[in-house]
Structure formats: C-alpha cells, structure tokens
Design a protein around this ligand. Structure first.
Ligand code: NAD
Length: 401
C-alpha cells in the first residue's frame, strides 16, 4: 500500500480522504475497491444511487470489516450545493475524483435532459464547491489538492477505418447527447483551471468492461441474454469498432494521473484493443461455450436489429502521453480481461438477478420495442455495438449459477 499517493500534507491533517463521486456505479465502485486495496487515504463516496448505482458493488467492504474511518458513503446529489459545502467542510478532502454521471448513450437519446442536469450542471456545482474549498487551503494542503474529472473518448466523435486514433489534441466533435454533455463538462473543468486556477486533471478513457457493469451495456447484456436463452441483439452490421479496456486498468491509470499528472492537462487512457462489436459478441459466445456449455453454441442466439441513430463508427485511443509521462500501461489484454469478466459474471448470478429490477425491464422495453429485426435471424454479419446490443427483456437471471 502506498503510504502517500498524493503529495504529503501537514501532520495535523494526517488522513484526509479523497472524495469520490459516483462510487457506487460500475467504474466508480471498481475504483473505490482498487483505491482501498492500494492506497492509505480514506474514501468518501458521494452517490445519488440512480438506476445504475448499486451499493451491492461495495458489499465486500463490509465483509472485509473495513474500518469505518477508511470508507464513508454519502447518499446525495452532486448538484446539491448545500450538501457539497457541508461535505467539503466536514471531510476536507485532498482530492476529488469525479465519476458521477448519466452514462448511457441510448438513454441520452431517449431522454437527454437528465444528462444535461447531472453531467453539466452537476459538474458545474461540484467545481464551484471544490473551488470554494480550495480557497480555504494553504501551504501543503493547497499544493496537494486535485480535482480529477473522469471523461470519455466519445467527446472526440467518430473515426474512419484508416484515421489515426484520438490524441489529446484531437478536436472535440461529440455526436450523441451523452457525448455532448460530457464534452461540456470537460470544457467547464478546463475553464475552472484556466480562469480560477483550480488544480484540475481530465482523463478521457475508451470503453470499459469488467465486474459490476450494469447490463444495459454490451458485454454484461450479452452475457445475461445468452445465459437466459434470449437473443443477442446486435446494432446494425455490428462492425462498430471500440477500444476496450479492463476496468481495473482504468482505475490504475486514474491513480497514476492523480499522482503525477500535470495540472490542467488531459490524459487519454486506452488499451489498444480495437474490436468490432460483432467480434466481441462472438468472443463472448466462445468463452461461454467453454465455461458454461449449452445444448447449442451461444452464437446461434445472435440477431441483428436496427442501428442506433447517429451511431459512431469507430473509436480508438492514442495512449502514448500517459505511457510516456507517467509510465502507465494496462495489465490485462482483451483476452485475459474478458475471461476474468465472464468468470466473474458466472460466479455472481445473484448480483445480476438483484439488479434486473422492474424499472430496468421497463427501460429495456422502451428502448428496444421499436427496433425491428433487420435481417433473418440466421444472418450473422452484424453484431452489437459498444453500449447495448439489441436486447430482450431480461426477466430473472435464472440461467446464472
Ligand atoms: N463505462 C465506460 O466505458 C466509460 C468509459 C469512459 C468514461 N466513462 C465515464 O466514467 C464515469 C462512470 O461511468 P460508469 O460506466 O461507471 O457509469 P455508471 O452509470 O455505472 O455510474 C454512474 C454513477 O453515478 C451516480 N450518479 C448519477 N447521477 C448522480 C448525481 N446527480 N449525483 C451523484 N451521483 C450520481 C449513479 O448512481 C452511479 O452510481 C462517467 O463519468 C462516464 O462518463 C465511462
């Protein structure tokens, strides 16, 4: 465990925590677990527990008897200024790691307003509260303070097959309401650094996968449907390319940026694992054939459905800056990370069953009922896409052990 991840603070301020927002979501909960395994500073986790926030993701902290001073959960909204003011005054965090967001592209198409509210207004209010807190700091506490904003490669728009990958200098060109809201929040963070001197860092990461991912996203959705004997819907022709990164590698990259990132800078994070969505689905099917064989190969459940409007064709990340400046490299390849992920979902059927609630099923019906199948079910040319493939209402996860 690193005794001091961040620059040292005064002795009277021996154990200031980091404030994590959205720490009950997919990446946030992996980050909280990863942080507490590797770092000394405690965590205060502020999360509104929307449909994608799940305290069960952090149940192992209770089972491991984590001392209460190491981890604090606060149920609340990043757009609640009074709560933020109170939290900063009470905990005096040495850093903010900001994950909280509405995060699903399809949901942003069906209902963009929540994305503007949380991703833009929420980030604005968090920045303002952090700025007020920063103004109270002096000396080493002030030098040590960081505001790290977790963002996405989707702000850069889409790539043609032969285009070079996204670099930190690539102009922003967001195409979905989700990407536009994240791009807006990135610009706010940039401005709060340049205008007010807030010590900010921004990370733009490619598609994550791993344990605790809500099954509206491609990989857990395919696993859930496959095991339930349902169709594996694939958007369009399935040739949308995404650059996949195992979630724990994203977490270690964020820690590296927090320690050594230059203030006001952006760092792209990716694993150089470009895969077409259809290939991802087929690889998942092959892993399931090996680990949980069924009567028929799982690939026979693949179905093509109507594509997402404005669906970006290809994302790819140039991660040379974080590699050269901070020495960060991912540990998992796509093959090892995907196998770990499938094994985790197979071993955690209860987790999946518990989150496939009535509200989730209603959303799935809204999103997929209008998507007519595109071609005969035997046509395997298409695949899913980066977020959700086509989908059938889930029901319970009885197929999961
Ligand atoms: N999933 C990916 O592949 C990916 C890739 C790059 C960047 N990101 C970014 O990483 C962050 C986390 O993504 P994720 O996939 O874990 O998302 P998620 O949807 O799984 O988690 C979001 C979390 O934020 C919480 N939240 C939402 N609104 C809130 C509010 N107003 N106040 C407090 N908490 C709130 C939710 O309850 C949930 O716990 C997001 O900012 C996303 O843009 C995600």
């Amino acid at each position: 465990m690193n005794e001091e991840l961040l620059p040292e603070t005064s002795g009277a301020f021996a154990a200031p925590p980091i404030l994590v927002t959205g720490g009950a979501g997919f990446i946030g909960s992996n980050f909280v677990l990863d942080w507490l395994e590797n770092e000394a500073a405690p965590v205060v986790n502020l999360d509104l527990l929307t449909y994608s926030g799940n305290l069960e993701n952090l149940a192992s902290l209770a089972q491991a008897s984590t001392p209460p001073e190491r981890y604090t959960f606060v149920h609340g909204d990043i757009a609640d200024t009074a709560l933020l003011t109170q939290l900063f005054a009470e905990h005096r965090p040495r850093a903010v790691v900001h994950f909280a967001a509405e995060s699903h592209v399809d949901r942003s198409i069906l209902g963009p307003e929540a994305f503007l509210r949380t991703n833009i207004d929420g980030t604005f209010r968090l920045l303002e509260a952090a700025r007020a807190h920063y103004a109270t700091l002096a000396g080493t506490e002030r030098d040590a303070f960081r505001f790290l904003h977790v963002s996405t490669d989707e702000v850069y728009g889409t790539l043609a097959p032969t285009d070079p990958p996204f670099a930190e200098t690539t102009p922003y060109a967001p195409n979905s309401p989700y990407a536009a809201s994240k791009a807006s929040s990135d610009f706010l963070v940039r401005a709060w650094h340049h205008t007010y001197g807030l010590p900010t860092l921004i990370t733009n990461c490619s598609n994550n996968y791993g344990p605790f991912q809500f099954p509206e996203k491609l990989i857990p959705l395919v696993l859930l449907n496959a095991l339930a004997g349902k169709s594996l819907p694939v958007y369009g022709d399935g040739q949308q390319v995404r650059d996949w990164l195992f979630v724990r590698d994203h977490c270690s990259a964020i820690r590296a940026v927090l320690v050594g990132g230059r203030l006001g800078q952006t760092y792209n994070i990716g694993g150089n694992n470009q895969r077409a969505n259809l290939d991802v689905v087929k690889t998942l099917c092959a892993l399931l054939d090996e680990l949980r064989p069924a009567a028929q190969p799982y690939a026979q459940q693949i179905r093509y459905v109507q594509d997402r409007p404005g669906h970006d064709r290809r994302y790819a990340i140039d991660a040379r800056k974080i590699q050269a400046e901070l020495g960060w490299y991912p540990v998992d390849t796509f093959e090892t990370g995907l196998r770990r992920t499938v094994e985790w979902y197979l071993a955690n059927g209860d987790w999946l069953a518990n989150i496939t609630s009535g509200a989730y099923k209603r959303w799935i019906e809204d999103n997929y009922s209008a998507r007519a199948p595109q071609s005969p079910s035997s046509d395997l040319r298409s695949s899913d896409q980066e977020e959700s493939p086509t989908f059938q209402p889930v029901g319970t996860a009885k197929g999961l052990a």
